[in-house]
Ligand binder design. Structure first.
Ligand SMILES: C[S@@+](CC[C@H](N)C(=O)[O-])C[C@H]1O[C@@H](n2cnc3c(N)ncnc32)[C@H](O)[C@@H]1O
Length: 462
């Protein structure tokens, strides 16, 4: 079974590289872990195109991944690189403790590996769960979805008054993120999926609704920050949904028969991972945690979180935010104490002091601005808690890849995220194997090049 899977993945790779006109210039043999950061960047570019396209998802990789993903999710080819580098075998267990929409998990599954994902946001955790369940009968999915579509269309045509969200939920949405008619249709479609419920199919049916809400039904725009652009009076909600169901069904037809490896997803906090997983059970970690960049993951996914029912009011949203590593000032709470863990990390203290100095110098006094220094400390404290907790569940010799980016979001003070996390990891007993440059991005505020790196760590053999 596994060799079939590998053959499939290799074929996908070959097709892709030929069609892009860049066959790998480096042999297929595994890369040496001690390639320098510059060499690694050159390697990534030679293999996947220029810096600007390194983070893109390539067409031959799209199956399953494109069912629903964040704009900024790292690409499947990056996961494949590290899976192949880390000398994995059939029994290896791959973990993504910040699995988001499941790029690592789907890619691990395509490669035949057992995988575990942790994700604190229920919408993203749901997406990862659905994207790694390939047992669904693709024909049954089509039949059932067509029934749903017929029923929903009848209701849509019959009802004259537009449905609305309860006020508690409406206030949580970004203003005008969806126009009244498309919202009405989406609410009816959701209700029909629930009424004609088939447990096996419900996940993929709802995730397909989430996908089209964001991509074609709403007024949302990701650039990469989420915002509202334009105002779509109407949208073919049911038609778009059926199209997406056909895509999912096609993917399941091809990949469903290869579904041999087990994947488990936990809707939980990566800072408390040893309460979820067995000691010494993980061989490989490939992940991209949040960065200290003011990005609010609950905002990016707000529309689908509300429409699919993962948050029914402000309190639900607050509870979701509380489960996340602090990476933006809108998610800081009284009683937060992760910052205590970085009291002796000099670079974190220096950056926090510099941010605060800059804030005073610039006369910035809003509540959020006053919190910039604190959230930076809370972020690194949260990541320290995660890395400390993780140690017990790693097998001796486990290999880890953390994709992290430098940031300058807080009054332009440069935060070298990878370098600091590397230092923290070493103080916790990890070995720093390499800091690979994946790509660079231009900082909007400073026009400086920011590094996105892969921090490669090893948990010692004994
Ligand atoms: C950069 S995204 C990961 C994207 C992912 N690689 C993908 O393929 O979609 C970081 C994720 O970490 C999640 N997260 C933040 N704090 C967390 C925590 N304490 N435990 C688990 N997940 C968390 C966020 O909700 C977000 O989905």
């Amino acid at each position: 079974m596994r060799s079939r899977l590998l053959r499939h993945c290799e074929k996908v790779n070959r097709t892709h590289f030929k069609s892009k006109g860049f066959m790998p210039t480096i042999s297929e043999s595994q890369l040496q872990l001690n390639l320098s950061s510059i060499d690694r960047h050159a390697y990534f570019k030679s293999r996947y195109g220029r810096n600007g396209s390194l983070n893109k998802i390539f067409e031959p990789d799209a199956a399953i991944h494109n069912w629903y993903r964040f704009v900024l999710s790292f690409p499947p080819h990056l996961v494949r690189e590290y899976l192949s580098q880390f000398k994995t075998d059939q029994l290896s267990i791959v973990l993504d403790p910040f699995c988001g929409t499941g790029t690592t998990l789907v890619e691990a599954k395509k490669g035949g590996f057992r995988a575990v994902g942790i994700e604190a946001h229920p919408m993203s955790s749901f997406a990862s769960t659905v994207k790694t369940d390939w047992k669904i009968n693709h024909k049954k999915l089509l039949d059932h979805s067509h029934k749903i579509a017929d029923t929903a269309l009848k209701k849509i045509n019959k009802e004259k008054n537009l449905r609305q969200l309860p006020i508690d939920q409406e206030v949580l949405l970004l203003r005008n993120s969806i126009s009244p008619r498309p919202l009405h249709k989406a609410l009816i479609l959701k209700e029909t999926i629930d009424n004609l419920k088939d447990e096996e199919l419900r996940g993929v049916e709802l995730l397909s609704l989430a996908k089209i809400l964001v991509s074609s039904v709403s007024n949302l725009h990701f650039g990469p920050e989420v915002g509202v652009r334009g105002f779509k009076e109407d949208a073919d909600v049911v038609g778009e949904w059926l199209k997406q169901i056909h895509v999912a069904s096609g993917d399941l037809q091809i990949l469903g028969s290869m579904n041999s490896s087990k994947t488990e997803i936990f809707n939980s906090d990566a800072r408390e991972i040893n309460q979820i997983m067995k000691p010494q059970s993980v061989d490989i970690v490939i992940t991209s945690p949040p960065y200290p960049n003011e990005k609010d993951y609950t905002r990016t996914t707000r529309l689908e979180t509300i429409l699919l029912g993962f948050a029914k009011n402000k309190e639900d949203l607050r509870m979701i935010k509380k489960g996340l590593v602090r990476s933006n000032t809108r998610g800081v709470y009284k009683g937060d104490s992760d910052d205590r863990l970085v009291g002796d990390v000099q670079e974190v203290q220096r950056i926090a002091a510099e941010i605060e100095r800059r804030r005073i110098e610039l006369g910035k006094t809003s509540g959020f601005e006053r919190m910039y220094a604190r959230v930076t400390k809370l972020y690194f404290g949260g990541m320290t808690r995660h890395l400390a907790d993780l140690r017990t569940i790693l097998k001796p010799g486990a290999m880890l890849a953390y994709v992290v980016g430098d940031q300058a979001s807080y009054l332009r003070v440069m935060i070298r995220t990878g370098a600091i996390l590397g230092e923290i990891a070493q103080s916790l007993g990890y070995e720093l194997v390499a800091t690979d440059l994946f790509r660079t991005r231009i900082a909007t505020a400073t026009k400086e090049q920011l590094r996105e790196e892969v921090l490669v760590l090893r948990w010692p053999k004994k």
